[in-house]
Design a protein around this ligand. Structure first.
Ligand SMILES: [Zn+2]
Length: 297
């Protein structure tokens, strides 16, 4: 437990903060309220000094009748909720990305050490910062929504391999430079996935759960049957057992809400073709429930 940061408001726009070993330092407020923080960080970027206060948002009390929500995080849909909602984290537009590339090209062409080079780099950095700001904003809003509406929020334990698959697109249209693009896109999204989980935990402490979920995408949300064949396409889920059909991400979030992702380890059967739960690299890469689809006695 540390003491709070000592701060004084000077007027509507300005305030000052006591920096140890430095004394009072004035700064311009970007929010109406003075922050109540335990720590702060001073940075220098784009030719300006910035001071940022670490503010932990106040916890939101559980609605008590909200029940459980499952959140499935993915590439095509950033967060698919088990109530059917599909939430997407805003990213940079194609135009904005083009602008960044333009600035980077200009910076590369500018003479070494020139002011123009620094200016172009700074412009590119500002554009990139926009994306991070949007992501943060989205995570704050979304986590508030989750904490306010539901008593328990369940997240699937992220499986990087599933994301890789999602990013690849379709077999018919693999596209060019898919690997690089997918990697980039995934990296950007991955930051949002982690942030959403952290923000939700702050707003709903003790009400967030992680579901170990190797089979959330393969399990039928209606009957519980787990089979790879139910997930023939990336977008759709069609249960081969009961015929239940659903958006694949939504189906996964339903399983996450139910806390049903993992299935009990199969019993070692003595007969031929008995189930072997060999843990190899290949089975770790891709969920391969060899025993499912076979009705258990
Ligand atoms: Zn089913």
């Amino acid at each position: 437990m540390g003491r709070s940061v000592v701060m004084q408001r000077l007027n509507r726009r300005w305030a000052q903060v006591k920096v140890p070993g430095c004394g009072w330092v004035r700064f311009r407020l970007t929010r109406a309220e003075l922050p109540v923080a335990k720590t702060f960080r001073v940075t220098f970027s784009n030719g300006q000094w910035h001071i940022a206060f670490a503010v932990v948002p106040a916890p939101i009390t559980a609605p008590t009748a909200g029940g459980v929500i499952g959140v499935d995080r993915g590439v095509t849909i950033t967060a698919a909720l088990s109530d059917g909602r599909k939430l997407n984290c805003p990213q940079l537009t194609v135009k904005e990305r083009a602008q960044i590339r333009k600035r980077q090209r200009r910076a590369a062409r500018a003479p070494k050490g020139s002011e123009a080079k620094a200016a172009e780099h700074a412009k590119a950095a500002r554009l990139k910062a926009r994306e991070a700001n949007r992501r943060k904003d989205w995570c704050e809003k979304t986590s508030t929504l989750l904490a306010r509406t539901y008593d328990v929020v369940r997240f699937e334990k992220l499986n990087i391999k599933n994301m890789t698959r999602s990013a690849k697109g379709t077999v018919e249209q693999p596209g060019r430079n898919v690997r690089q693009k997918a990697g980039l896109n995934r990296g950007i999204l991955a930051q949002g996935w982690g942030l959403l989980r952290r923000c939700t935990e702050q707003r709903a402490p003790g009400r967030v759960e992680d579901v170990p979920a190797p089979y959330t995408s393969l399990r039928c949300g209606a009957c519980g049957w787990i089979e790879k064949k139910s997930r023939e396409s990336q977008a759709d889920f069609l249960c081969v057992s009961c015929g239940f059909t659903c958006n694949a991400d939504e189906n996964a979030s339903v399983n996450v809400a139910a806390g049903q992702g993992g299935i009990p380890r199969p019993r070692q059967s003595a007969g031929a073709g008995g189930v072997t739960a060999a843990v190899s690299r290949s089975s770790a890469r891709e969920p391969q429930p060899a025993w499912v689809g076979i009705p258990l006695p």
